[in-house]
Design a protein around this ligand. Structure first.
Ligand code: GAP
Length: 453
């Protein structure tokens, strides 16, 4: 059973230092959050898992880390200036603004009034000024998706790596959208991270690659602990497709507030590379692209048999890191009843995602021999490079176990007087709460095997 409500997750995240409202001491900033000491580890681990699967385990994908500040021409030719909008309505009575597609029965979501303006398009991109002169022309955008910087680097990557299609470029990074109504904790925010792959394929092979990536992505979420039966596969109806898409499948997850998009997997055709390319008329482009007068690069590949230039099609699995964090937290959250009318909160995260992999706990807080030995064990385990290991020297074993259950630490290692004599420790397992006595030399093997799960 996952969490019952968003409030449980929000409260755990604040209490234990996963996620905080940004600038809280000044009243916050709507739709923007900060990741605390544990949140930063969890988020990094999720991104690492994505990068390992999408880049390291394949020979047909290369990585990229491009800039956030984006030349306005990129977002002109991508179609974002024209079409990256949500329909906005104002309530004439309470003056609140909301998305027209979020309204039910034509009533204001805040006061119930039906005295609303007609919907009008509201562009979601953030602009900022570049350089010391601030005029109408000196602006750039904060990227609204990481994808465009992949398309504009297509030629650089091909030229520097000699890749041939099919191949992909992967990127993880921030994206910014001036959402009309940010809400549901980190689900819909104005500053977030995406994990995107743009996979370039031959036209005609695009549909089978689309199927392939849908399966791959569902299986990856399962490996992160997201139950398959809580993911719905939604074929986005034609009339709701983005301007670039021939077909999109959304992986819809049962978040605490409802079933919503976790990841989108789109067939973007040859629209993007075609729109950003020069000499468009010579490239056999199959979709209606934007007539480009500014690009200095031909974003196409030559067919070795026919010698014709072709613009690759793009299959794009695009996942939100923050929505991923919310989904894995939701899946892992459990409240369990124990004996003697007690209960515990446990975060049954997959160990590779856990912010802390092991806590080393000296049984006596003030005993130098035990504390020194504990530090030695902590240092040895930390040096393995398997993730964070902490020394938990509170002197209260029960309290330490509760804390580490709540933050998802897979094992606690207790050092006592026998440890000094026979070099054995007690290992307590988070999920079963069982305790085992093992040799200190076996700790490395145990940790390594846990992280394979
Ligand atoms: N490049 C394609 C693209 O950006 P999208 O469906 O708009 O497609 C992809 O976004 C993913 O980014 C979504 O599935 C979601 O996980 C995440 N995302 C989008 N908007 C978000 C927001 N305002 N807050 C948090 N995550 C968001």
């Amino acid at each position: 059973m996952p969490a019952q409500s968003m409030d449980q997750l929000v409260s755990l995240c604040k209490r234990r230092g996963f996620i905080f409202q940004t600038n809280e001491i000044y009243g916050g900033l709507q739709g923007v959050y900060d990741y605390g000491p544990l949140g930063v580890e969890l988020k990094e681990n999720l991104k690492k898992a994505w990068w390992t699967t999408m880049v390291y385990s394949r020979d047909d994908v290369e990585g990229l880390d491009a800039s956030i500040l984006t030349n306005k021409k990129v977002l002109k030719y991508s179609g974002h200036e024209e079409t990256f909008t949500d329909p906005l309505v104002d309530c004439k009575d309470c003056k609140n603004r909301m998305r027209a597609d979020h309204i039910k029965d034509s009533k204001c979501l805040h006061c119930g009034s039906t005295n609303l303006t007609e919907p009008r398009p509201f562009n979601l991109m953030f602009k900022t000024n570049i350089g010391p002169v601030s005029d109408d022309e000196s602006y750039a955008y904060l990227r609204p998706e990481t994808a465009q910087q992949i398309f504009t680097n297509f030629k650089n990557v091909i030229d520097s790596t000699s890749k041939t299609i099919p191949f992909g470029i992967a990127q993880i990074g921030k994206a910014f959208r001036n959402e009309i109504t940010p809400r549901n904790f980190i689900f819909r925010v104005r500053e977030f991270e995406q994990m995107e792959l743009e996979f370039f394929v031959k036209k005609g092979e695009d549909e089978s690659w689309h199927e392939y990536w849908i399966e791959e992505r569902v299986s990856w979420w399962e490996q992160q602990g997201v139950e398959k039966d809580r993911i719905e596969i939604l074929h986005v109806p034609k009339e709701e497709l983005s301007h670039y898409s021939k077909a999109t499948v959304d992986l819809m997850y049962k978040f605490p507030h409802g079933v919503e998009e976790l990841e989108g997997i789109a067939n973007r055709t040859d629209f993007d590379l075609g729109s950003h390319s020069k000499n468009q008329q010579d490239l056999n482009i199959t979709t209606e692209v934007i007539n480009n007068k500014d690009s200095n690069a031909k974003l196409a590949v030559q067919n070795l048999e026919s010698k014709e230039w072709e613009v690759p099609y793009v299959i794009e699995p695009s996942a939100g890191v923050d929505r991923g964090v919310l989904a894995v937290l939701n899946e892992a959250y459990k409240e369990e009843s124990l004996e003697n009318n007690k209960s515990r909160v446990v975060l049954a995260l997959k160990p590779h995602l856990s912010p802390i992999k092991a806590a080393v706990i000296p049984i006596k807080k003030n005993n130098p021999t035990i504390v020194d030995f504990s530090k030695e064990i902590k240092d040895k385990l930390q040096k393995l490079g398997l993730g964070r290991v902490v020394l938990e020297n509170t002197g209260n074993i029960g309290k330490s176990y509760r804390k580490h259950d709540e933050i998802g630490t897979p094992i606690c290692i207790t050092i006592d007087f026998d440890t000094i004599e026979d070099k054995t420790v007690t290992v307590r397992d988070r999920d079963s709460m069982k305790q085992n006595r093992i040799k200190t030399e076996d700790l490395e093997g145990l940790l390594r095997s846990l992280l394979q799960q």
